[in-house]
Design a protein. Structure first.
Length: 303
């Protein structure tokens, strides 16, 4: 394709867009709304995945000791657990330290704990695990092993948080399936919108196109501006939707892209650069496909 021919196609596309400016605006706006829904869904999936990974990375085994377990038992259990290859680090919390931590967590309401006997707050042993030992099965096995440590015969409760991670993963799997269905629906909607817009443009130019065919213009020559128009509609709609999504994202987070659950912070991110490029390129490609389908039907009807 020569530069002169490419320049003609661009001029022809720009002229077509100007001649049907209102129709083009409505089409691009509708595409932007559909793409906004898809973009928001992808943003939710991305951050849920990050939250699940972060929660899994923060997974710990926590053993709360009963009243008859003293500091010596706690220290002995910590020394033994530190030797296990699955354990990255071991932390202990005495009753007094646990009460102080509770006070700190309550903040301004710490006065509620005035007069509370530290003996009422259980001491605890916390195991931070290596990545390979953070799966549910491995952690359950370690939990059972922790309960058999010598000198630690009174483990009241074990909490490793894997139930929540599993729920996150289940939700993520469901949303990925729903996201695939949504992406297909959005693609069909974009094809429908662009193909109908292109068809209106072609019918408005049918006399001009008939003359072009009479003087020997090929179908590819006639279709090229249609492809550019479809790509422009799809790409512009995607860009508008991503700009709107970015604005809504900033407003919703109020300048603090983080969510807190307890003492764990989950940083939130916008869609990556590659995801943004992929959405724009995908929408433009769908636009080209829609233009191909619409122009093919038109040309067959006017052969």
């Amino acid at each position: 394709m020569t530069l002169a021919r490419l320049a003609y196609f661009v001029r022809r596309t720009a002229q077509s867009l100007r001649q049907s400016l209102m129709v083009q605006t409505v089409a691009i706006s509708t595409i932007a709304i559909a793409m906004l829904v898809l973009g928001a869904f992808l943003l939710l999936l991305k951050n849920l995945d990050q939250m699940a990974d972060r929660w899994a990375a923060e997974a710990r085994l926590v053993a709360f000791l009963s009243e008859d377990a003293g500091p010596s038992q706690l220290a002995l259990a910590a020394q033994e657990a530190a030797r296990w290859p699955e354990v990255e680090s071991v932390g202990t919390l005495t009753r007094a330290e646990a009460l102080a931590s509770f006070r700190k967590a309550l903040g301004h309401d710490a006065a509620l704990l005035d007069g509370v006997d530290p003996a009422l707050v259980p001491a605890s042993l916390t195991l931070r695990l290596h990545p390979g030992a953070r799966g549910p099965e491995a952690m359950n096995a370690l939990a059972a092993r922790l309960g058999t440590l010598p000198g630690l015969g009174a483990v009241e409760k074990l909490d490793h948080g894997q139930d929540l991670v599993a729920r996150f993963r289940d939700l993520q799997g469901f949303l990925e399936l729903a996201g695939g269905i949504l992406a297909a629906l959005v693609a069909f909607a974009v094809i429908f919108i662009i193909s109908n817009t292109v068809r209106l443009t072609l019918y408005a130019r049918q006399e001009e196109l008939a003359i072009m065919q009479l003087v020997g213009a090929t179908d590819a020559f006639i279709r090229a501006p249609v492809y550019l128009e479809g790509a422009f509609q799809g790409g512009t709609g995607a860009i508008a939707s991503l700009a709107g999504l970015r604005i809504l994202y900033s407003i919703a987070l109020k300048g603090e892209p983080v969510v807190r659950f307890g003492q764990i912070e989950f940083p939130l991110d916008f869609l990556s650069g590659w995801a943004v490029v992929g959405l724009v390129a995908g929408a433009a490609t769908v636009g080209v496909l829609a233009g191909h389908l619409a122009s093919g039907r038109f040309l067959r009807g006017h052969a």
